[in-house]
Structures are given as structure tokens and as C-alpha cells.
Design a protein around this ligand. Structure first.
Ligand SMILES: Cc1cc2nc3c(=O)[nH]c(=O)nc-3n(C[C@H](O)[C@H](O)[C@H](O)COP(=O)(O)O)c2cc1C
Length: 367
């Protein structure tokens, strides 16, 4: 298994869905950053389940505890261990999976084969969306460090179940982003948010699920972040985003549709504004040659429909190799997208923070 990410802002994530806890150890955070449990809790509260009728009804308080690396309210430079205890665990819903029924679309089959059946399959174990709580904890610290450079990381839902949010300007997104967490689907277009919500409710009623797309944006990133050739900014961000369970695609700027444009349409023309070189459009999504170009970094993340659905499906019992029907019980998200929005923000912040520390944009001692 590989549970560590980053070179200079290193995170090691641990825990399982129905184990004692989930958490993260962050190694490499500079000394002198003011940090309280409240700072991390604010980010965690955006992700926790049981907050709406379209999210998993698992009721987790997700109260963050800082176990090390902070003294008198400031980071010490030592590893920071953060965790939340799992409280609302109902492993009995996973009885059929324990008996050997592998969920179509989930990691039960591959995990069983890779770890010889020793994997903790309760609630998806290490392959559960629950592990993303540790990403958000580490991301909260990364965001605080990036705020010192005035780098802002945000994310919002742009599509659910085929319902698209209207294209809005960056200024509108920035203005609306604080409302994003006030609607259940985390979409900055409040009108389409209602339609997305209805789409999720419909799928839920049918015992089914839907997927969607999240857009992540990084603002005020200076020119020059990224280490070509094998440590490109887009490459490292993609790796971080693909650690989120359920992610099936990542595209930057104009992305896949840019293949249908001509060079003359796709090229972002250079201009001078306020003595700075900017581009007229941002089809590159703020990255050229694997290096940030100073424009907003724009990335879209495709999330598949939740695998665990109530509808009856045929599968195989891995213990007796017989075909059987499976109806999944348990408390599942009929759409992962809204709860993955803060997770996308966290993974973006962690990756950029790692680059910023490597490039010594952030000092080792903060004053
Ligand atoms: C926040 C979050 C919540 C999730 N909740 C569920 C869930 O309730 N049920 C489910 O089957 N999958 C859920 N997932 C996705 C699975 O963990 C994921 O599909 C599974 O591990 C297989 O990995 P893959 O889809 O990347 O191949 C969730 C993912 C995230 C990020």
C-alpha cells in the first residue's frame, strides 16, 4: 500500500471506515503557524456525513483531535498527528460482503485479491470515502500555509447527473463560493443547484445513484510552480486528485473539448495588464509546460455514480465462486459529488503547499 504523499509537506494517512479512527500525520509543516483544532474543524464540518437528506445518514461528529506537533497554539516543526474517532459504525450492514459478495463498482474484489482476504472490508475499510476525512484534515493546514502567500483554493460542483451549472465568471464564483457550502449540492449556480438536488433525490428513490463534475480553482498562484519533467504541476495535481475514491477523470482548462478546437482558437494570447504578462483567455487552465503561468489554475474532476446502490444486482460470491443477487444495505451517499467538494479543495491545497515548501516560497520558521 502507499499511504504517503508529498516531498516537503508530507502527509501519511491512516484508518479504516469501521476501525477506531481515521487520521493523518503531517511531516514538514514549518514552525510558528498558529493552529487550533477549530481551524481544522471548520474544514472538516464541510465534509462530514449526515448533514443533509442526500448524504450518507452515518452520523459522525468528526471532532478533530491534535495529538502532536502543536504547542501553545503554534506548530513546533515536529510531525502533527490529527485524528477523528469513528463513532457511528454499523458493520452489520456489511454482513453480505463479509460472506463474500463483492459489490459491483467498489473495491471489494480487487482489495480481496490483492490482500488475500486480510483486508478490512467493513464499510469498505481503507477504500471507503471515509478516509478522505484525513485528506481534509491535512488540507486545512495546507490552506492555512497557502493563505500566507495569499493563495486561495476553492471548489464547487458544476454538474450532477447530467444537470450542468450555468457558466459563471471567476468573480461570480469567488462571490458565490461562500454560499456554495450553504446549499446541499455545493453548486455556485443556485438555480441549477435545485435541479441537481432533485436529480439526486430521484436516483435515491429508485435505489440508484448519480455522478458529476467538480471544478477546482487556485487563485494568486505565482508564475513558476511545477517541476518538469516528472514533477509537473498538472501531473502532481492529477496524482493527488486520483487518490480520492470515485474519481474517474481530471482535465485542466479547456480539457478534452480543446481537442475539437483549432490552434488559433485554443491558444491563449499574451497581453500586458498592470505591468504583468497575462493571457486573454485561460484555455490552458493556468499551466504551460507543467509550470504555473500566473493565471487562475482551473481543473475539473469527474466523479462516478456511487457504487453501493439499493437496486438488486448480480455479482459473485468470492468465497464459493457462485453467482448471487446483491441488494446493498447500509448508509450510502446517492451522489458522492457534494461531499467530495472539500476533498478536492484539500488535495489541491496539499499539492500546491508541497511545491511552495520545496521552492522555499514559505519559510521554515513563520513569524
Ligand atoms: C466523500 C466520499 C464518499 C463516498 N461514499 C461512498 C458511499 O457511500 N458508497 C460507495 O459505494 N462509495 C462511496 N465512495 C466511493 C468509493 O469509496 C469508491 O468508489 C471505491 O473505493 C472504489 O474506488 P474507485 O471508484 O476509485 O475505483 C465515496 C467517495 C468519497 C470521496
Amino acid at each position: 500500500m502507499s499511504n504517503t504523499f508529498g516531498k516537503d509537506f508530507k502527509i501519511m494517512c491512516f484508518g479504516e471506515s469501521h476501525g477506531r479512527c481515521v487520521g493523518a500525520v503531517i511531516d514538514g509543516c514549518p514552525a510558528g503557524l498558529g493552529l487550533t483544532e477549530k481551524d481544522i474543524q471548520e474544514e472538516m464540518d464541510k465534509r462530514k456525513p449526515g448533514q443533509s437528506k442526500i448524504a450518507s445518514q452515518r452520523k459522525e461528529e468528526d471532532r478533530v483531535e491534535i495529538l502532536s506537533g502543536v504547542f501553545n497554539g503554534f506548530t513546533t516543526g515536529a510531525p502533527i498527528c490529527l485524528l477523528v474517532f469513528n463513532k457511528d459504525v454499523k458493520s452489520e450492514s456489511y454482513e453480505k460482503i463479509k460472506q463474500g459478495l463483492i459489490r459491483p463498482g467498489h473495491a471489494d474484489f480487487t482489495a480481496f485479491m490483492k490482500y488475500g482476504g486480510f483486508n478490512d472490508g467493513r464499510g469498505g475499510g481503507r477504500f471507503s470515502g471515509r478516509i478522505t476525512a484525513s485528506f481534509v484534515m491535512a488540507g486545512a493546514i495546507a490552506k492555512k500555509l497557502l493563505a500566507r502567500l495569499k493563495i486561495d483554493v476553492l471548489a464547487h460542483t458544476v454538474e450532477i447527473g447530467g444537470i450542468k451549472a450555468k457558466k459563471i465568471t471567476l468573480d461570480e464564483i469567488k462571490k458565490n463560493v461562500y454560499r456554495v457550502y450553504k446549499n446541499e449540492v455545493r453548486c455556485a449556480d443556485l438555480k441549477m443547484a435545485e435541479k441537481m438536488l432533485a436529480q439526486i433525490e430521484k436516483a435515491k428513490k429508485e435505489g440508484d445513484s448519480v455522478g458529476g463534475i467538480i471544478e477546482g480553482i487556485v487563485l494568486n498562484l505565482p508564475v513558476g510552480v511545477g517541476e518538469p519533467i516528472f514533477g509537473t504541476l498538472d501531473g502532481e495535481i492529477s496524482k493527488a486528485l486520483f487518490a480520492i475514491p470515485g474519481v474517474k477523470g481530471v482535465e485542466f482548462g479547456a480539457g478534452f473539448p480543446s481537442t475539437k478546437l483549432k490552434g488559433s482558437q485554443n491558444n491563449d494570447l499574451f497581453l500586458i495588464k498592470d505591468k504583468k504578462i497575462i493571457t486573454k483567455t485561460n484555455h490552458s487552465g493556468g499551466i504551460l509546460g507543467g509550470i504555473s503561468n500566473g493565471m487562475p489554475l482551473v481543473v475539473r474532476v469527474a466523479i462516478k455514480p456511487t457504487a453501493s446502490i439499493a437496486k438488486s444486482q448480480m455479482t459473485v460470491n468470492i468465497k464459493n465462486l457462485k453467482q448471487e443477487k446483491l441488494e446493498i444495505e447500509g448508509r450510502h451517499d446517492p451522489c458522492i459529488v457534494p461531499r467530495a467538494v472539500p476533498v478536492v479543495e484539500a488535495m489541491l491545497a496539499i499539492t500546491i503547499c508541497d511545491f511552495a515548501l520545496s521552492a522555499q516560497l514559505i519559510p521554515r520558521i513563520l513569524k
